[in-house]
Design a protein around this ligand. Structure first.
Ligand code: HEM
Length: 180
């Protein structure tokens, strides 16, 4: 007998069973809410404190390059190579504390956006290292045109990295204290 027989309700009038509740294996993980900082001072993540240095020095490198371009003053070429080197070295330090948080805090390790931030940040660190290394062969000649172009690009990448890091803290509350 076909399903459309008058003794059976038409298929479209059958009551659908209630949908199974959706399962999110990440949100259901027991350590999902374990997001407090591990590498911190009294609950304040050292990573968040240390990122200000590479961010500021990346901008300084571009500023010194631009002032060298405008003035031709060797002082700015020297300032740029120092800013590029310290941006890279402080960036590595910030990267170490960030990586420790990522690997050691289960609620950070389990979230995909934390790994996205890691990938963007490692790309930034390689660009900062390239900008410094390129200048070590001759810090004045390196600036025009490739040094300043790289510095300008690094400013864009550091802005994306910093914005995304802020998203981890302000949207996902990673590294923050639970207030107890
Ligand atoms: C290389 C590996 C890195 C990893 C694994 C990493 C991971 C993290 C994590 C887990 C947070 C949340 C706060 C915390 O728990 O400390 C964070 C925040 C942040 N990160 Fe990174 N990070 C890395 C590198 C960097 C670099 C190189 C920069 C920029 C130069 C950067 C910029 C930021 C910023 C701006 C925040 C937000 C801080 C705040 O709002 O107070 N990160 N990062």
């Amino acid at each position: 007998m076909s399903d459309t027989s008058p003794h059976k309700p038409a298929p479209h009038s059958r009551k659908a069973p209630p949908p199974e509740p959706l399962v999110d294996p990440i949100a259901d993980h027991p350590s999902y809410d374990e997001t407090e900082t591990f590498v911190g001072i009294w609950g304040h993540p050292i990573h968040a404190m240390s990122v200000a240095f590479p961010v500021a020095l990346t901008f300084c490198t571009f500023g010194a390059d631009a002032l060298y371009w405008l003035s031709g003053d060797l002082f700015w070429a020297r300032a740029a190579v120092w800013a590029a080197g310290t941006a890279f070295l402080f960036g590595l330090l910030a990267g170490l504390t960030g990586t420790a948080e990522l690997l050691l805090v289960p609620g950070i390790r389990i979230r995909a956006p934390a790994w996205t931030h890691f990938v963007i940040a490692v790309m930034l660190l390689s660009l900062l290292g390239a900008n410094w290394g390129y200048r070590l062969q001759g810090f004045e000649e390196a600036i025009l045109p490739y040094g300043i172009l790289l510095s300008g690009f690094n400013v864009l990448v550091v802005m994306v990295t910093g914005w995304h890091g802020g998203k981890l803290v302000f949207d996902y509350r990673l590294g923050t204290s639970k207030g107890n």
